[in-house]
Design a protein around this ligand. Structure first.
Ligand code: NAD
Ligand code: UGA
Length: 465
């Protein structure tokens, strides 16, 4: 029988908990990893052939360890109690109502997971914040856990933020730039830290496992996302100048990125960043700054989000202007609905905002995305803040094939940078569209000279064409 050296329980079987703990199981055959969730349907899917998260390379890793040292379960209490180490990897979305609505993180899921640990644990645990949380959250977790500890049971709290990006999660987890572990500097804190480090040392070089105090660790996660998003808003702000002047944003990004102090990554102009975290985490930082009475700092970071909204509006206006100032009853093909390529995730996708604007103008949209399930598109677009069910039924159609989606349309709008959009037979597509036929490339991925030769009218983000 398998007698593991260590037992890990991960609370939250989402985009982070699933892949990150599956990789731990894969790299640590001597450790038992169980990922638990209150969402039974999600656990069922993790135990099926059709995993609930699409990530290149994830299936192979899960199928290699599942049933050996990797388990998925909805028996949350049992596995909490059994574990030595507990990752808390639950969702921390922006609060929708109440104090701090629209900015602060909703910590209700984190708190209820922490209370569960406090309630059911009958032995000492190392509790690890994996979720992205506001600075000082570990203190609240400690208060809840300490209120339930006794001479026999102690809880150590660590912060171990996750830096993976969706679409490249497995590669990011196998070859992280760094693993950050925050702890108290008490002897117990340092001991807990070294237990967690010993897990990562199975595959991560020692010099990449770095330590910090708890508050630095929590803040570093918000800071890293804010700095990354800031670069995108910076290049997107420059894309507006490029479109107005004849400069080319890709040339500007390339020239600037060669400066080793700037570097080439995260300088790709776009329709605006999406994803579940950038906006959430910046708003969280804004809220934190405000609550620390630092309004200038709050305004500075808030501008990154404002610029992102502006980019989506600007792209929409450019489309409407090009289409002779009206898109009412026109047919638009939307290429891509995910927030980036190689994921089926649509949280905060720019596609949702753009389509909301198109529907307000009473355009008809025909959507194609290679990975996003249709039910997800329906859920996203019938959110009361986006469109009514009636409007959706009247105006939106979904397709399994880009050629079908483009048939009879006036324009193609490229929203997600899926590789397959670079190699479509645009000659064939052109033949089946209304004329003049337009392409609006919100990701600057197609060769606009080729499209122009075919006969398309082309607009590309960050270019004056
Ligand atoms: P997710 O919504 O995909 O998954 C969270 C899961 O936690 C859900 O399945 C939910 O049912 C479960 N859950 C909530 N409360 C629970 C409880 N009390 N007990 C058991 N299960 C519970 O979220 P995610 O994308 O995995 O993000 C999780 C955290 O990681 C967030 O704080 C996020 O900011 C952070 N993060 C996300 C990414 C990313 O790429 N998605 C990257 C780095 C960090
Ligand atoms: C981001 C960070 O990159 C991760 O390090 C972090 O762990 C994660 O957030 C998180 O905390 O959730 P993710 O949102 O999955 O990861 O994906 P990114 O590759 O960062 O892309 C975010 C958005 O920015 C996408 O819409 C993408 O298309 C856009 N983007 C990215 C650009 O518009 N231009 C770029 O140059 C790069």
């Amino acid at each position: 029988a398998f007698s593991p050296k260590l037992k890990i329980c991960c609370i939250g079987a989402g985009y982070v908990g699933g892949p990150s703990c599956a990789v731990i199981a894969y790299k640590c055959p001597d450790i038992q990893v169980t990922i638990v969730d209150i969402n039974e349907q999600r656990i069922k899917e993790w135990n099926s052939d059709n995993l609930p998260v699409y990530e290149p390379g994830l299936d192979e890793i899960v199928f290699a360890c599942r049933g050996k040292n990797l388990f998925f379960s909805s028996d949350v209490d049992f596995h909490i109690n059994e574990a030595d180490l507990i990752f808390v990897s639950v969702n921390t979305p922006t609060k929708k109502s109440g104090l701090g609505a629209g900015f602060a993180s909703d910590l209700a899921y984190l708190e209820s997971a922490t209370r569960r640990i406090a309630k059911v644990a009958t032995s000492s645990k190392i509790v690890i914040e994996k979720s992205t949380v506001p600075c000082k959250t570990a203190e609240s977790m400690r208060a809840i856990l300490d209120a339930n500890s006794n001479d026999l049971i102690r809880f150590d709290i660590l912060s171990n933020p996750e830096f993976l990006a969706e679409g490249t999660a497995i590669n990011d987890l196998l070859h992280p730039d760094r693993v950050l572990i925050g702890s108290l500097t008490t002897p117990e804190g340092i001991r807990a830290r070294s237990v967690l480090a010993s897990v990562y040392e199975h595959w991560v070089p020692k010099e990449k496992i770095i330590t910090a105090n708890l508050w630095s660790s929590e803040l570093s996660k918000l800071a890293a996302n804010a700095l990354l998003a800031q670069r995108i808003s910076s290049i997107n702000s420059l894309s507006a100048i490029c479109e107005a002047t004849g400069a080319d944003v890709d040339e500007v990004a390339f020239a600037c990125g060669l400066d080793s102090r700037i570097g080439p990554k995260f300088l790709k102009a776009s329709v605006g960043f999406g994803g579940s975290c950038f906006q959430k985490d910046i708003l969280n930082l804004v809220y934190l700054s405000e609550s620390l009475n630092l309004p200038e700092v709050a305004a500075y970071w808030n501008q990154v989000v404002i610029m992102n909204e502006y980019q989506k509006e600007r792209f929409t206006s450019r489309i409407i202007k090009s289409l002779f100032n009206t898109i009412t009853n026109k047919n638009l093909a939307i290429f891509g609905f995910a927030f980036k390529k190689n994921t089926g995730d649509t949280r905060e996708s720019a596609a949702i905002t753009l389509i909301k604007y198109f529907l307000r103008e009473n355009a008809n949209v025909r959507i194609y995305d290679p990975k996003v399930p249709k039910e997800q598109i329906v859920r996203d677009l019938t959110d009361p803040e986006v469109a009514s069910v009636e409007k959706f039924n009247q105006r939106v159609q979904m397709f399994d094939c880009p050629y079908e989606a483009a048939k009879g349309t006036d324009a193609i709008v490229i929203v997600t940078e899926w590789d397959e959009f670079k190699v479509l037979d645009y000659q064939k597509i052109y033949g089946e569209m209304n004329k003049p036929a337009f392409v609006f490339d919100g990701r600057s991925i197609v060769d606009y000279n080729v499209l122009k030769k075919i006969g398309f009218k082309v607009s590309v983000v960050g270019k004056a064409i």
